[in-house]
Design a protein around this ligand. Structure first.
Ligand SMILES: [Zn+2]
Length: 260
């Protein structure tokens, strides 16, 4: 069912697929600031001249149409009415963001990996650690990741997925100001954030989808769009900030570990 998401989004002319470029950019920049000197040098060497973690952070979204097998790697479908992750149920055939991160990290660490494959693996890891922190990418409510939930936000029609990908972020101020604030907050709590496994991080995002993304949705008449009000926006902004801070610290921890 998810494969229709791209088509619908393209038809609607909306930016597609998990954090928009701004979210991925922020996660990459926050992580880069927390790299060890060793990991930083390795990242520069792997990416090559002219590329930064931020500049490649949305690449997997750009190649998604030409490489459809990569589509399921951007999310994990933990049902919204289930308490947590069940890999057999939610990650069939190892086709989900949790398994994709593990596979790409293994490629990154393997000395036998060819240079172009290592570069791809690094770009996938940078992107996927970001993606899984968008709560709608670690949950499934049978609504194509929120694309079928019609909303009105500050007078503009849209859908829940687009709201969480970039609609909320777009109103949170200039990216450089956000970066300065979130990067400092992320660095302060980096040790705490880096605890746990990738699966734990997905379950944490799933809980936020239950409690916040869906749990605090306003009511509307059947068939009518949901009006996203100031209270939802304020709480959602706080969740987005926290998730970007966490994603940055965790991406740095992953790369510091894998690129010693
Ligand atoms: Zn993505």
């Amino acid at each position: 069912m998810r494969k229709y998401r791209l088509l619908v989004l393209l038809c609607a002319g909306l930016p597609a697929l998990a954090w928009g470029p701004e979210g991925h950019d922020l996660v990459a920049r926050i992580a880069e600031a927390q790299l060890t000197a060793e990991a930083r040098a390795r990242v520069a060497e792997i990416l090559g001249l002219g590329s930064t973690m931020a500049s490649v952070s949305s690449w997997p979204d750009q190649i998604r149409r030409s490489r459809p097998e990569t589509g399921p790697w951007h999310y994990v479908d933990i049902p919204i009415d289930k308490p947590g992750l069940d890999m057999a149920r939610d990650c069939p055939n190892g086709n989900c963001v949790i398994a994709a991160i593990a596979a790409m990290r293994a490629k990154l660490r393997d000395p036998a990996t060819a240079a172009d494959q290592r570069r791809e693996a690094l770009m996938f890891v940078i992107h996927f650690v970001g993606d899984m922190h968008q709560p709608l990418h670690s949950s499934n409510h049978g609504d194509r990741g929120g694309n079928e939930v019609h909303i009105v936000f500050h007078g503009q029609p849209g859908n829940l997925h687009g709201l969480w990908d970039g609609g909320l972020l777009a109103r949170m101020g200039k990216e450089d100001d956000l970066f300065a604030r979130l990067s400092a907050a992320s660095a302060r709590r980096r040790k705490k954030f880096a605890k746990g496994s990738v699966s734990d991080w997905a379950e944490q995002a799933h809980k936020l989808a239950q409690q916040m993304v869906y749990g605090r949705l306003p009511n509307a008449a059947p068939g009518a769009p949901l009006t996203i009000g100031a209270d939802y926006e304020r709480r959602a902004d706080a969740v987005i900030e926290l998730q970007i801070e966490r994603a940055g610290a965790r991406l740095a921890a992953v790369l510091n570990q894998d690129l010693q």
